[in-house]
Design a protein around this ligand. Structure first.
Ligand SMILES: C[C@@H]1N[C@@H](C(=O)NCc2ccccc2)[C@H](O)[C@@H]1O
Length: 449
């Protein structure tokens, strides 16, 4: 492997208590809110087909029109306590809020720019009340920060001229100042979710980013930062030039999920997911496929079954309201979570062979295993294949009549349990209590073929 000054500084998972808390969340809420919520994907009566938070890059909207939107930012219906309560009812255990997106508009009063909420009609800090409200509900807060900043005169996507480099030094100082300012103002934040770091200019900043990450971790010990922040000596993010994970968890699963445990490389990871195909900020006209609560619950369960966290996005509108589609999804997911959170919280991967009926999760403390059934076979027989020397001691419904199942052994380490209910209304959770056999238990001899 190569000698890197600014590559991964740790091999393998972080094992401290703050990272264990992160690892056990299971379910989080993303909130994308900012000036882009005002046009909501339209301008001059035209529909913008891209992601609403990227509307400034659309030729249908002049940059100065976008940049002046701050003069209209006055979300009179913003109610951080209501947002936090809804998140609690939904079962989210952490929340990630956009402090500054690519447009550079700051939702907190920043000392280092005038392009922030204090110069909008609203005139007050948005981030502080949100942090307070979510902390009060016991939901951990993480701050999203985009390094890309279309508003700052020193921002460059690439460094070509001496002037670019000069300007970019000022931009780097500004970026550092804003990040230290955020950690100063909101010390209860548990981590930072960085974005907008794919630019060539930023990929040259291995040393700067490394020092800044160390400085932030000194300010808040245990701070959690994903793989999207630092470039290594050769500009590689997520995984350094030796293939080792940069940062505390893999942050590459944006609007997509790993399919197998191998895809996760055994790292910690999160998946951040939009409800429509590709809208993070508020778009008033959602087109294409809008995910149902059933689909979102399956993504949540699949994420946990592969040792990841699932973060579902909300995009409040320009008045500070959460749209009815998102409120309805939060309600439906919350109803399922109220009854089945034991299969999600503090759970992760177990190396039992994946079956077609759904997913396994395992509680990292108790070792209890959960079958989350999405696809009931027509004969109602759920196949279970375990590694050798595993005894299935007790199998029963998590909810409802607490029915107990007697596994029918069909081969060595292979069983059927029989569901008798006709139709599954929602994903069904079955609990398996197992033990590792100390000595070889009796069983079929393998056929000598
Ligand atoms: C979390 C999302 N990331 C922002 C984004 O620009 N994603 C597009 C993108 C993501 C990764 C590589 C290239 C481009 C979106 O606007 C959301 O904030």
């Amino acid at each position: 492997s190569m000698t890197l000054e600014h590559g991964a500084h740790r091999i393998g998972k972080r094992i401290d208590s703050k990272m264990s808390r992160w690892r056990n969340y299971g379910f989080g809420q993303f909130i994308h809110w900012g000036l882009y919520a005002i046009p909501g994907g339209h301008w001059n009566g035209e529909y913008y087909g891209g992601a609403a938070e990227w509307i400034r890059s659309w030729k249908g909207m002049p940059n100065e029109d976008y940049d002046n939107l701050y003069t209209e930012f006055d979300p009179v219906d913003f109610d951080p306590k209501a947002w936090a309560e809804q998140a609690k009812d939904m079962g989210a255990r952490y929340m990630i809020i956009t402090t500054k997106h690519h447009d550079g508009f700051c939702l907190w009063p920043s000392e280092f720019t005038d392009y922030d909420v204090t110069n909008a009609p609203y005139g007050q800090d948005i981030i502080g009340p949100l942090v307070e409200a979510y902390d009060a509900e016991g939901i951990d807060v993480y701050l999203y920060f985009s390094v890309m900043d279309w508003n700052h005169p020193g921002y460059r996507s690439k460094l070509e001229t001496a002037e670019d480099r000069e300007a970019y030094e000022g931009f780097k100082e500004f970026t550092r100042n804003q990040l230290l300012e955020l950690l100063e103002r909101y010390p209860s934040t548990k981590g930072l979710w960085f974005d907008g770091t794919w630019d060539a200019a930023w990929k040259e900043q291995a040393e700067f980013a490394d020092n800044l990450a160390m400085e932030m971790r000194e300010m808040i010990p245990g701070l959690i930062i994903g793989s999207r922040f630092r470039p290594d000596d050769y500009g590689n993010r997520h995984f350094d030039s030796n293939g080792d994970l940069m940062g505390d968890y893999e942050q590459g699963w944006e609007r997509k999920l790993p399919d197998t445990y191998e895809d996760t490389k055994g790292n910690d990871w999160d998946c951040v997911m939009t409800v429509p195909e590709n809208q993070w900020g508020y778009h008033s006209d959602w087109r294409g496929h809008v995910k149902t609560s059933y689909e979102l619950i399956e993504m949540l369960v699949k994420s946990v079954s592969l040792d990841g966290n699932f973060v579902m996005n909300f995009g409040p509108n320009g008045q500070g309201e959460i749209r009815k589609e998102e409120r309805q999804l939060a309600k439906e997911i919350g109803e399922w979570m109220h009854k089945n959170q034991k299969a999600i919280y503090d759970c992760g991967y177990i190396d039992w062979e994946k079956q077609d009926w759904g997913y396994y999760t395992r509680n990292r403390e108790s070792g209890e295993v959960y079958m989350i059934v999405f696809n009931k076979p027509i004969n109602g027989a759920l196949r279970i294949k375990t590694p050798a020397k595993i005894n299935l001691d007790k199998i029963f419904d998590l909810n409802g009549p607490q029915k107990t199942y007697r596994p029918e052994e069909i081969h060595r380490n292979e069983y059927f349990i029989h569901l008798d209910e006709a139709l599954l209304e929602t994903p069904k959770v079955i609990v398996i209590q197992y033990s590792e056999a100390t000595n070889q238990t009796k069983g079929y001899d393998k056929a000598k073929t």
